[in-house]
Design a protein around this ligand. Structure first.
Ligand code: FDA
Length: 301
């Protein structure tokens, strides 16, 4: 990030909430489940599958973890009832990881039981920052024997290739591969852009060669092109992988991937905690700095 964008990222918390809401509305389906269902229906009609995420990181107590768990159960019920082409993504810290790990595990099990009972809906464990990497992988390894679930791995971590080998050696695997979104120390993470791209393709190749199902999560055209070459090289059937993108990011790329006949899933976040999610997305994308400045002058119109 250049100095200008660093400054913008630093002052973002001072931008009035209504402006952040206006600018970030493209990234978030809304505050309610009804709004999320509407967005999912629209995406389904455009040929995209979805994964729904209840925004609720940074909880302070286990009551909030229970509320988030209950909300995820409602999402699962809607997916079945409304016959949506969608599954569920969960963040384990929003269910209590780091506060009370045993209770978090019980919450995850409740969600997985509910998903099983409502049409065996797939559940993806999102990956958070390094204090949670081991525990997230451990819970995935534990639960995948009984439930339809998968985990996310981050190409920026030095450890990821080892994790892939270890997880695949233990049984059939279902991964989402992304670059990684958190700010990590160099001892944990590759810091240069090209280095992360190189490791992304190396990780993807390991996953494809080992027969894992892969959600190829990126908006980076270079990686999308590289991934297409790798799935062709490994002669992967269309049903054994998918592309994944975030709601509101690079819509044209999304449409062109679908037009070419690839399967694609859009990550659809919704919920009352839209503010924290928005700030992270805006800080992540330097080009959004211009939108923020413009919105400050125009009131977001
Ligand atoms: P990169 O950041 O280089 O973006 C490529 C291009 O896409 C940019 O040049 C820009 O044009 C556009 N772009 C990217 N982000 C944008 C934005 N916010 N707004 C507008 N344009 C944007 N991370 C994590 O740590 N744990 C997780 O569980 C997940 N889960 C996840 C699911 C899905 C479906 C996706 C797509 C991503 C994640 N991520 C994630 C986030 C991921 O780690 C990464 O931070 C972002 O995808 C950005 O990386 P790209 O590969 O898109 O490349």
């Amino acid at each position: 990030m250049n100095v200008f964008n660093q400054i913008i990222a630093g002052v973002l918390p001072l931008v009035p909430k209504p402006i952040v809401k206006k600018v970030s509305s493209r990234y978030i389906a809304g505050a309610t489940l009804d709004e999320a269902v509407r967005v999912v229906r629209r995406l389904n009609s455009e040929g995209a599958m979805t994964t729904v995420d209840v925004l609720g990181e940074y909880i302070k107590n286990m009551d909030e973890a229970r509320e988030n768990t209950d909300y995820s159960l409602k999402v699962l019920e809607s997916i079945e009832k409304e016959r949506l082409e969608g599954n569920l993504s969960i963040k384990l810290t929003s269910l209590g990881l780091g506060l009370d790990d045993a209770m978090c595990e019980a919450n995850v099990r409740r969600i997985l039981d509910h998903a099983k009972a409502h049409g065996n809906i797939f559940v993806r464990f999102d990956m958070e920052n390094v204090p949670y990497t081991d525990r997230t992988i451990d819970l995935y390894l534990k639960f995948r024997k009984e439930y339809n679930c998968g985990v996310v791995l981050q190409a920026y971590l030095h450890r990821t290739q080892d994790d892939i080998r270890r997880i695949m050696a233990d049984g059939p695997s279902n991964f989402r591969l992304c670059k990684g979104i958190y700010v990590e120390e160099p001892e944990h993470a590759i810091k240069d852009y090209e280095g992360i791209r190189t490791n992304y393709l190396a990780c993807l190749e390991l996953m494809l060669a080992g027969g894992a199902y892969v959600g190829i999560a990126t908006h980076d055209s270079y990686l999308v092109d590289g991934s297409k070459k790798l799935v062709a090289k490994h002669k992967r059937e269309k049903q054994t992988y998918e592309f994944q993108m975030l709601l509101g990011v690079r819509d044209e790329l999304r449409k062109s991937i679908i037009r070419e006949g690839y399967r694609l899933r859009v990550y659809v976040p919704f919920g009352a905690d839209w503010y924290g999610y928005s700030i992270r997305r805006l800080k992540e994308n330097p080009s959004m700095a211009g939108h923020i400045i413009k919105a400050m002058f125009t009131g977001g119109r």
